[in-house]
Every structure is written in structure tokens, then in C-alpha cells.
Design a protein around this ligand. Structure first.
Ligand code: BGC
Length: 791
């Protein structure tokens, strides 16, 4: 496990000053670079040692059979697993006669720095070989945000103390051997040599490999090209074989001399494009990268990030660790989504093979709300990707005997690939999560073209799903039975409150959009009768309520289930899913992750303040947070019900999920939803942002340790900056093309009008504690963030 404080606290960098081989795989995830199109794990340049070698291309996957002991009708037959593709980051070094390998000789100095503003990973090493020869190496790596098929590495090596012969081997390697699989269902399936060689080529100072997957029929081209600077006398040669290509540079360096190599790597992949087309595509990408040159690529990268941070930075004063973590989180969210462009945003981004590289509801519920207010173009493209898979979701609904679209619980290419119904397709709420992401995006951007082309149909087809999945009982109440809500420890139950409330909003949003776009809706077969049926279902939606306890059961009957025996559950038995049978988890009051509490966030408009406080306290006692998708939501609701210090604790957990490897599985990739959750915990928690309607609502209030929280939101053509202090808040607009632009928002219920010339400063009203003091199950309280002397 990563030691706490492995990385010194700094505002804009994640720095490693000591190489700990026991947590190499974890640091490879933390230091992964990606632009949403290609992703490189933070493997050492020389490849060995490694935790998990990883180079990923968005949606480049292999099919594998899903074996069932007892198959049932409608079970998916094949799974999809992200492929570790040709590794272009390998640069090996021979120092006189010895390979540079940190496990031998002496690592005199080691540092790796992820620079969140430069968008680079830099490594500085001084190494003494077993024979006593010392070299200094400095490598800098980037995955370009501006040239999406390109990664580049600058590699410098110099001798210390005396002349030496250096041989640098820069490689492209396909079908790397991967470590074997553990029994944890959250890790990926291991594919044996998934790539079949099709073509290899040596040209200029580099080479090209083209491969194809056997079953999914995807073709991949990878090309590398080099610029080499150093002493006049050097030998450079390239060779290529089926699964590897290698450029070798040989020279003798005297002290004071340096060998500098810039390696450009480009990837292209397709299910349709021919070999020559892909060859040309990567050739062109390399030409573009060389045209910019190393300095040009770095400058473009910095410009891109300057704009991103200018629009999206969150400043936190009073908790430097959280400050660093929230920027690290935003950086990974950006990396996951920036250039995904009509491809999915996976739960691990492109940082590791965890969950087989699949995208879940994590995207729409946790990642897209952040991107909606920071990089809305990425939201449009993620939802356009969902739309591009609509025909598969419609087919799936048909197989299940339903109407509309049943989007897959987990997928890479759009087909359902979950082999486990209760924590798979039964999570039908993903349909409403997608619909809500559409609603939020359109509301925040006013992008009517998107709404007409994509949004409307997504709303209509998901509404149709709800109408056919649910039913009116003899009293007219609308029920949605046999589904799994967000809490995967309560499965296949009736009337999950989260699902019902989200479906209700989905049905109404579809009816409203169909009215706005009458003609387009008519072309989709929507008539007045259908919209009336949606409105009826929404109006009659049944929401269970326990009158005796005055709380909402998260599913019908939940509050009368047997209690889980937390006192006799030893700490090492968490996560429970690895140590207890599902049947037992399903029939008791134990909650894996925020469910009813999540409903109180995204459908907060459906609960009173008193209900929120008593529900929150009830579910706190039963929620174990075995999913990383929980802490951020608990932070949001803790803040809303006035438990500010507890909210701060949960914020810390969401934000530090990967920097502290809290769930001990960062090795498989970072937890993108939890990292997005750090932003959500700050902005929706302490900023109190709610976007239930087209007037943004804020209820800012800080915990004792934070002196200041500043964040920005993009809203239509405007940029709103919210600057929260302990006793007052300033709302300011900037960057509008229209000098008389006005934004109406509410601050603790009071309507404010903010203009570009007139920032508005208002007091934070005194805190009114609204509910019982919450407690967590034994041993499951979050780590405290307030210091001793503070409350
Ligand atoms: C959670 C799901 C989540 C998945 C991927 C599971 O452990 O329970 O809600 O979608 O992980 O992050």
C-alpha cells in the first residue's frame, strides 16, 4: 500500500523522491498520462521492473467468452477487455556493458514529478552501475492534448566522472507479458498475446508495427520516430520484427557531453480502415508532431492546460493536502475525457486495466457533472458516444422484453458485458443517469443543436424504457420492480427510491423535450398519448416511506430487514463483497455506497430538510463505503445537513483515494469517479451548488479548517467565480462577450443578480443544525481532517 504522505504536499505537482518497488504498480497509475484517446501508465522508461505494463487506446479491446455454469436467457455471451497495445514508451540503456536497471547497482538519486500545469511526467535519475559507472538520466514524457494520436518523450543521458560507452535502445513492443490475475473481480481478465502481426516497417530513424486483434477484428498501427542529438560520432540503426521494432543509438560520451533523444510515438486504430490507411494516419501524426518539435509540443500542452486551469481551477485554503489532491483529481478527470471524442470515458480512464477498461454509470453521474461546468465540449462528445450506441441499447431492451433503450451496465463498445445480472443489467438506473446528464448539459450550455440531434432521442428512448419497465398498480401508483439501485449490496428489489426519482425526472424531461421539438419527436414516433403516459407515470411514481421511523427505505421494505452485525465484522473483512456471500449482503441492512443519500443529492428537490437530516443519519449508520463512489456523496449531504466537519472528512477520502491508495487497488488504475467526486464534494458540498432547474442555487458554508474555497463554473457564455470565506461569499462574472450579461442565482434561498461589472458579496447565514449527530458502522468512520483543537 502507498505510504501515507508518499508524495510531499505541493500545490501543482505530485512528486516522488524515493522509488519504492513494492508500490510500483500504484505509482504507475498515479503517474499515468492520457488525453482520453491514448493512455500510458507511468512505467519506468526501461520497462523493467514494472508493476503492470500498460499502454491503452480508447475502445481498443478484445472479445472474450463469458462462461456460465448455468446460462439464462438474455445473458451476454461475450465480454470486452481493454488490450495492452504496442508499448512505445520503452527506452532501454546499456552503460558500458551493463543494462540500466534500478534493481542492480545503486540508485543514487531518483525523482519523478507529475506537473499538473505542464502536463508532463518528468524523471531524474542518477544511477551507479554494479561496475561503478555513474550516469544521469532525465526523461520527460507527455501525451499530447492538442495532437491526440501523439505521445512524446525527451530522453537525456550524461556520464558522471569519466567517459563511457552508452547504447540507447528505443522500442515498440507488442504482446508484452502481463502479470497473472488475482481473484478480485474488480481487476481485469488477462489476455494472452491478443495482437496478431500484420505488417512491420523500418523507415528513417524509426519503425512501424501493424497488428490486429483476433476476435474483435480491430487493427492498430503504432509508429515511432526519433531525433538524436549528441556527439558527432554515433551509430543509429533500426530493425523491426513481428512483435517489436528497435532503434539503437550507440556512442561514447565524455564528461560534460550529453546524448539527447526525442522519441515521437503515434497510434491509429480502427475496425474499418485498411492497413495503408492506418499506416498513413500514423505517419501523418508523426509528421505533425515533428513539425511542432519537442518544444512546440510542450508549449501547446502548457497552453491547453493554462486555459483549462483558468476555467476550472479550485482553490482551497486551509487544507493543502486537499488542495493538491483536488487538482490531481481534476487533472485525471481531464485526462480521461479531454479527447475521448465519441468514445467512452472508462471508470479508470486509460490509466490501468481495472474493470477491464469498462465505462459504467460513473461517467454520467460523477464525471460529466464536473465536466459540464469545466469542459462542456467533452460532455457533448461523451453523450454523443452514448447516442452512437443507442441501437445496441434498443436491441438489448427488445431482448429483455422492454421498450426504449436499456443501456449496458458496463461496456467498451456499447454491448452489455456484465455477466452478473444483480450488479449488472439490473442497475437500470443508468438510463436515468444518462438522461440527467443530457438535461444538465443542455441546461448549462443552451446547446440546442445537441438537444435536437442527440439529447431528445436519448430522453425519449430512456423514458420509453421506464414506462415499459414500471407499471401502475390497482391504486394507480407507479412502481419500478426488480431493479438494483446504486447500492450493490441491495439487489433486485422493488421501488428503489433513487431509481424511481431519477426515472421520474427522466420521464418529465422527455415529455418537455418532446413538446419543445414537436416535429423531431413526431419523427421518433412520439405522440400526445405517449407523453401523457410519461407524465402520468412521473406523477404517480411511488416513493416508499417508513412512517414509524420517519425515513425513506432505500427500497420497499428495507428498514425492516435484519441489521448487519457490524460489531462482529473484523476490519480485515472489508470490502465485504470479497468475504461474505451476496445472498447475505442482499437481505440485510448494509449499504455498500450512497444510494438513498445519492438520491438526496441529485434529486434533493424531492426531500424536505427534516427528511434529509433523518435519512442521512439513518444511512450513515449502515453505509460501509466499500465503493469509492460513496465518500463524495456523503460529503455533499453531510454539508447540506450541517455536519461540516464530517463533510470535510469525506472530502478528504474522495480526494485522496489514489494518492493514498485508500482502497488498495490503485494499482489497477485511478478511480476517476472518486477523483471527480473531490470537485463535487467541494463545489456541491461546501459551495452548495444544486442545478435542479435553470437557476443555479448555492448554499456555501465552510468547515472550520478551511479559510477559503474558490471555484469557477461555465454557464452558457458566462464564467461564474464563487469565492467562499467563512463569513461571506463573493459571486463574480467574467469573460462574457456581452458586457450587460446578467446571471440570476440563489444564495441560501435569496435571489441575486450578478453582472460583469458588479461582483456581489453576501454574508453566510448562521448554521442551523438540522438533525441528529450521525455515526458510522464500527470501524468505518472516515479519517478526521479537522485538527485536534478544532471541533
Ligand atoms: C460500484 C459501482 C461502480 C463500479 C465501477 C463498483 O464497485 O459499486 O457503482 O459503477 O464499481 O466503478
Amino acid at each position: 500500500m502507498i505510504r501515507e504522505r508518499a508524495y510531499p504536499v505541493e500545490p501543482w505537482h505530485v512528486r516522488e523522491t524515493r522509488l519504492d518497488l513494492d508500490v510500483l504498480a500504484q505509482s504507475e497509475s498515479v503517474f499515468a498520462l492520457s488525453n482520453g484517446h491514448i493512455g500510458l501508465r507511468g512505467n519506468l522508461d526501461e520497462g523493467d521492473p514494472h508493476g503492470l505494463p500498460g499502454t491503452y487506446l480508447n475502445s481498443f479491446f478484445e472479445l472474450r467468452p463469458l462462461p456460465y455454469a448455468e446460462a439464462g436467457f438474455g445473458f451476454p455471451e461475450s465480454g470486452q477487455t481493454i488490450v495492452n497495445v504496442s508499448n512505445g514508451k520503452l527506452i532501454r540503456l546499456l552503460v558500458d556493458d551493463e543494462p540500466f536497471d534500478v534493481r542492480y547497482g545503486e540508485l543514487v538519486d531518483h525523482e519523478r514529478v507529475l506537473d499538473l500545469r505542464a502536463g508532463t511526467l518528468q524523471r531524474t535519475v542518477e544511477w551507479r552501475s554494479p561496475a561503478g559507472r555513474t550516469v544521469r538520466i532525465r526523461s520527460t514524457r507527455l501525451v499530447s492534448f492538442t495532437q491526440r494520436s501523439v505521445a512524446a518523450i525527451e530522453y537525456r543521458v550524461e556520464p558522471v566522472g569519466g567517459p563511457m560507452r552508452l547504447i540507447v535502445q528505443s522500442e515498440l513492443v507488442a504482446n508484452e507479458q502481463l502479470p497473472s490475475q488475482s481473484r478480485d473481480p474488480r481487476v481485469a481478465a488477462v489476455l494472452e498475446s491478443p495482437l496478431q502481426a500484420e505488417e512491420r516497417l523500418v523507415h528513417g530513424d524509426g519503425g512501424l508495427l501493424i497488428h490486429r486483434t483476433k476476435a474483435s477484428g480491430l487493427r492498430l498501427a503504432a509508429q515511432m520516430s526519433h531525433e538524436v542529438y549528441g556527439p558527432e560520432r554515433k551509430l543509429i540503426g533500426t530493425e523491426a520484427y513481428e512483435d517489436w521494432a528497435r532503434t539503437t543509438v550507440t556512442c561514447v560520451l565524455r564528461p560534460g557531453e550529453q546524448l539527447r533523444m526525442v522519441k515521437y510515438v503515434a497510434y491509429g486504430w480502427s475496425s474499418r480502415r485498411s492497413r495503408p490507411a492506418l499506416r498513413d494516419q500514423v505517419g501523418a501524426a508523426i509528421a505533425g508532431a515533428r513539425f511542432s518539435g519537442w518544444d512546440g509540443l510542450c508549449a501547446e500542452q502548457r497552453d491547453y492546460l493554462d486555459t483549462f486551469w483558468d476555467d476550472s481551477d479550485v482553490r482551497v485554503e486551509g487544507d493543502p493536502e486537499v488542495q493538491q489532491a483536488v487538482r490531481f483529481g481534476l487533472f485525471h478527470v481531464l485526462q480521461a475525457g479531454a479527447r475521448a471524442e465519441l468514445r467512452p470515458i472508462a471508470a479508470k480512464g486509460l490509466t490501468g486495466p481495472g474493470y477491464d477498461g469498462h465505462a459504467f454509470w460513473d461517467t454520467e453521474t460523477f464525471v460529466l457533472p464536473v465536466l459540464t461546468y469545466t469542459l462542456p465540449s467533452a460532455v457533448a462528445s461523451a453523450l454523443r458516444w452514448r447516442h452512437s450506441t443507442l441501437h445496441l441499447a434498443q436491441e438489448r431492451a427488445k431482448t429483455l422484453g422492454l421498450r426504449g433503450a436499456a443501456f449496458p451496465w458496463r461496456t467498451i463498445r456499447g454491448q452489455e458485458t456484465s455477466a452478473y445480472w444483480p450488479a449488472g443489467t439490473a442497475g437500470f438506473h443508468i438510463a436515468a443517469d444518462i438522461a440527467d446528464a443530457v438535461r444538465r448539459y443542455v441546461q448549462a450550455t443552451g446547446d440546442t443543436q445537441f438537444e435536437r440531434e442527440v439529447g431528445l432521442e436519448l430522453l425519449v428512448e430512456t423514458a420509453r424504457l421506464w414506462r415499459s419497465l414500471g407499471h401502475h398498480d390497482r391504486h394507480g401508483r407507479f412502481h419500478i420492480d426488480g431493479v438494483t439501485g446504486p447500492d450493490e449490496y441491495t439487489a433486485v428489489k422493488n421501488d428503489n427510491v433513487y431509481t424511481n426519482l431519477m426515472a421520474q425526472r427522466n420521464l418529465l424531461a422527455a415529455a418537455e423535450a418532446a413538446t419543445r421539438y414537436g416535429e423531431e419527436a413526431w419523427r421518433l414516433g412520439v405522440d400526445d398519448e405517449e407523453t401523457a403516459a410519461w407524465r402520468d407515470a412521473a406523477a404517480d411514481m411511488y416513493i416508499p416511506w417508513d412512517e414509524e421511523l420517519k425515513v425513506h427505505p432505500q427500497v420497499e421494505g428495507f428498514t425492516r430487514y435484519q441489521e448487519w452485525d457490524f460489531v462482529d465484522t473484523p476490519p480485515d473483512q472489508y470490502p465485504l463483497l470479497l468475504n461474505y456471500p451476496y445472498f447475505d449482503l442482499y437481505r440485510k441492512q448494509v449499504v455498500k455506497q450512497a444510494d438513498l443519500v445519492l438520491a438526496m443529492h441529485w434529486r434533493g428537490d424531492a426531500f424536505t430538510d427534516e427528511e434529509k437530516a433523518s435519512n442521512f443519519a439513518y444511512y450513515e449508520r449502515r453505509t460501509v463505503r466499500d465503493s469509492s463512489l460513496s465518500a463524495c456523496t456523503q460529503a455533499v449531504l453531510a454539508a447540506e445537513v450541517g455536519q461540516l466537519e464530517l463533510a470535510h472528512d469525506y472530502l478528504g477520502e474522495a480526494a485522496l483515494m489514489d494518492l493514498h491508495d485508500l482502497n488498495q487497488n490503485t494499482r489497477d488504475g485511478v478511480h476517476v469517479a472518486s477523483l471527480a467526486g473531490a470537485w463535487i464534494a467541494l463545489v456541491a458540498g461546501f459551495g452548495g451548488l444544486r442545478d435542479h432547474s435553470d437557476v443555479l442555487c448555492f448554499k456555501p458554508r465552510l468547515p472550520s479548517r478551511l479559510d477559503r474555497l474558490e471555484f469557477s463554473l461555465r454557464w452558457r457564455t458566462l464564467h461564474l467565480r464563487v469565492d467562499v470565506r467563512q463569513h461571506e461569499v463573493t459571486y463574480a462574472l467574467r469573460g462574457s462577450d456581452h458586457p450587460d450579461a446578467v446571471l440570476e442565482l440563489t444564495h441560501h434561498g435569496e435571489l441575486l443578480r450578478v453582472t460583469c461589472d458588479d461582483p456581489v458579496t453576501v454574508p453566510v447565514p448562521p448554521l442551523r443544525l438540522t438533525g441528529p449527530q450521525p455515526a458510522q458502522p464500527d470501524g468505518r468512520a472516515p479519517v478526521r481532517r479537522a485538527t485536534e483543537s478544532e471541533p
